[in-house]
Ligand binder design. Structure first.
Ligand SMILES: Nc1ncnc2c1ncn2[C@@H]1O[C@H](COP(=O)(O)OP(=O)(O)O)[C@@H](O)[C@H]1O
Ligand SMILES: [Mg+2]
Length: 256
């Protein structure tokens, strides 16, 4: 992976002008996610998390400041297939099979799918969907659909992976299972990952660092390092060290 395969935001602002008021979705946010790191973003609804991701994906432009993704502009990184994204609702194409959904970014980027058959098969195996290659999204459970979305985000072998509440719609038990799987997947590929989540436990379990945001205006309140060794096993959720980190994040969310 390239040395500069990280994400850097410098004094990034984004405001939205309404009819009478201006919403400051992000106010001079600076954040540096080193190559290969796993960062979780947590904060109240409306504090600018999705806006930050949209900017880093090149889907929106900042009102001020600069963003670099994999050493390039967000647009250039996206065009080169260096970024991957998975959202909360898996947003699969209902008429496309599992493997056709995973291949979607290749079609969008105009890449020849024939060169990726091994990659697609490997991803299907990686996310535990072997045997479901030809299944349609309607035939899958919610957890399986999210696995497809994650495989799809990884198909271009992105250096930078964005996940916007990817497990938000899953029940707690399934979410924990997916957390363990995501850690395994991330440890295999080590894409620089930025995960937006509402789950404090999910953030602590997965991340190297948890960025706690505050709203109105959207900004970074505190950054909490998570020094727990990897691989983290499911029993880490009940340890004292884990609870102490959860408490620190809860306090930061309350503005302390
Ligand atoms: N396209 C838009 N037009 C107007 N306001 C927007 C737009 N996108 C986001 N906002 C506003 O910016 C703020 C941050 O939104 P968002 O980034 O979606 O928050 P989060 O993902 O943290 O819940 C909110 O107040 C939201 O209403
Ligand atoms: Mg959001």
């Amino acid at each position: 992976m390239a040395q500069d395969a990280g994400i850097t935001l410098k004094d990034v602002s984004r405001s939205f002008a309404g009819r009478e008021t201006v919403v400051q979705a992000l106010d001079r946010v600076s954040l540096d996610c080193p190559a290969g790191s796993f960062t979780a973003l947590i904060g109240p609804s409306g504090c600018g998390k999705s806006t930050m991701l949209r900017l880093a994906l090149g889907l929106d432009a900042p009102s001020g400041g600069t963003i670099s993704v994999s050493g390039q502009s967000p647009q250039a990184a996206a065009k080169a297939g260096l970024t991957g994204i998975a959202f909360q609702d898996a947003a699969l194409m209902p008429w496309r099979s599992v493997e056709d959904n995973i291949a979607l970014p290749l079609d969008v980027l105009g890449r020849n799918r024939a060169g990726y058959l091994g990659k697609i098969a490997g991803l299907i195996e990686l996310v535990g969907l072997k045997g479901f290659e030809k299944a349609l999204p309607g035939e899958l459970s919610g957890g399986m659909r999210q696995r497809v979305a994650i495989a799809r985000a990884l198909v271009t072998e992105p250096e930078v992976l964005f996940l916007d509440e990817p497990f938000g719609a899953l029940d707690q038990i399934l979410r924990r299972q997916m957390n363990v799987e995501l850690q395994r997947i991330w440890m295999e590929g080590r894409a620089t990952t930025l995960l937006v989540t509402h789950g404090i436990d999910e953030a602590v379990f997965l991340a190297d660092r948890v960025v706690v945001m505050q709203s109105r205006p959207g900004r970074i309140g505190k950054i909490v390092d998570i020094p727990l060794p990897r691989p983290r096993l499911p029993d880490v959720f009940t340890t004292e060290a884990f609870h102490a980190l959860e408490d620190e994040i809860t306090e930061a969310l309350d503005g302390h």
